[in-house]
Write a protein that binds this ligand. Structure first.
Ligand code: NAD
Ligand code: MG
Length: 375
């Protein structure tokens, strides 16, 4: 089943499933409010279950998909995850809104491909032990984490010295701080190498995306924040690297096409032939790497701070950023305010070391209100 099937990852995943042939069958699809596209996807795949988070879309979806059981509301999505006859779930909802459905999939002990990094940033400390307890396999879909996951088959986790998460640097890699102060939502939505949904595209422009990915990596691989390095790599060909204790560095490379990590998660531990396009080495002139600039991209530092603090700080940083990105897209705050407000809210938070799920959700609500109060 594909959660968030109308999004950038969801649509790419449906293409991958078509390429995998008759062995792969879709049993459930979900969306927030794009009922028309969801209905088309249901008709094309013959999915027996569908859920729409926005209840206003329920009647129209039911009329458009007569042979399908339709559910609605955030609870409808969780019910779909609990009842679908599935062995693999792709968690591709954007934001903390995806957490409940990801948790439900992990609770069932299924194989879960996690694109929804925010669910790990918010509640990785609950999701990862739960997965072990329920026998769920969590396979990262985020390209960097998929790369690390693949590179980890070259050695043991205990032999890892550090990992390098690569970053394209986004559209403002070479811009001055003064130029960045004037950035509009349209500027921030133009990514140089990856084609993605709007929230992650803006996160890439601030480098908050990499900040969230540091926290995501910490939870997925159980590494210390000091073992996670970020390298700007404008060509987006090396998707990430693992350095072992003997000095060997293993990299995973390919075209910047999310179909490759999506398919890898779906077919794991095998590999399928329906992933992204092959890399044309003749067209590759150089592979460049440079350290990120902490002055122009302060968001990255916040990711390390939250990764070190652990506990409820990931939930707070994520929620503050989600709210600030919404405000920026509504043109109510400037581009640089996204990191500034996130920093302010994180610094005001009294971190809970071992929070319950309810405390994490409460921290998330608090952080969103703080952003509104600060701007
Ligand atoms: P998107 O905005 O294109 O799609 C989001 C999907 O989630 C849509 O189907 C939407 O209907 C659904 N959704 C949004 N809000 C919801 C809510 N409140 N309740 C239920 N469903 C909701 O986003 P995307 O770019 O596909 O990203 C999805 C996730 O994958 C994000 O967590 C992102 O960080 C991660 N990711 C994306 C890419 C990429 O290339 N797009 C790469 C790496 C990781
Ligand atoms: Mg990524």
């Amino acid at each position: 089943m594909i959660l968030g099937s109308t999004g950038s990852i969801g649509r790419a995943a449906l293409e991958v499933v078509e390429g995998l042939g008759p062995g792969a069958r879709i049993v459930g699809l979900t969306a927030r409010d794009n009922g028309q596209l969801l209905a088309e996807q249901v008709r094309r795949t013959g999915a027996p279950l569908a859920a729409i988070a926005d209840e206003r879309g329920y009647d129209a979806l039911r009329r458009a998909c007569p042979g399908t059981r339709v559910m609605a509301g955030p609870e409808g999505l969780v019910e779909l995850v609990r009842s679908a006859d599935a062995d693999f779930v792709l968690a591709a909802i954007v934001g903390a809104a995806g957490l409940a459905a990801t948790l439900a999939a992990v609770e069932r002990g299924l194989a879960v491909g996690v694109a929804n990094k925010e669910s790990l940033v918010v509640a990785g400390a609950i999701l990862m032990p739960l997965a072990r307890q329920r026998g769920a396999t969590i396979i990262p879909v985020d390209s960097e984490h998929s790369a690390v996951f693949q590179c980890l088959s070259a050695g043991r986790l205990s032999e890892v010295r550090k990992i390098y998460l690569t970053a394209s640097g986004g559209p403002f890699r070479t811009w001055s701080a003064a130029q960045m102060a004037e950035v509009t939502p349209a500027d921030a939505l133009r990514h140089p190498t990856w084609s993605m949904g709007p929230k992650i595209t803006i996160d890439s422009a601030t480098m908050m995306n990499k900040a969230l990915e540091v926290i995501e990596a910490r939870h997925l691989f159980g590494l210390a924040a000091e073992q996670i390095d970020v390298l700007v790599h404008p060509q987006s060909i090396v998707h990430s690297m693992v350095e072992y204790c003997d000095g060997s560095i293993i990299a995973q490379m390919g075209t910047p096409d999310m179909k490759t990590p999506i398919q890898y998660a779906m077919t794991y531990p095998q590999r399928g032939a329906a992933g992204g396009a092959a890399l044309d080495w003749k067209a590759v002139r150089a592979l460049e790497f440079e350290p990120p600039d902490p002055e122009r991209f302060p968001a990255l530092r916040l990711g390390y701070e939250a990764a070190r603090l652990g506990g409820s700080s990931g939930a707070v940083l994520n929620a503050a950023n989600e709210r600030a990105v919404d405000l920026f897209r509504e043109r109510r705050i400037g581009f640089l305010d996204i990191a500034r407000l996130s920093e302010r809210v994180l610094s005001r938070h009294r971190c809970i070391a071992e929070p319950t799920l309810e405390q994490l959700l409460e921290s998330d609500r608090w952080a969103r209100m703080e952003v509104d109060a600060c701007c």
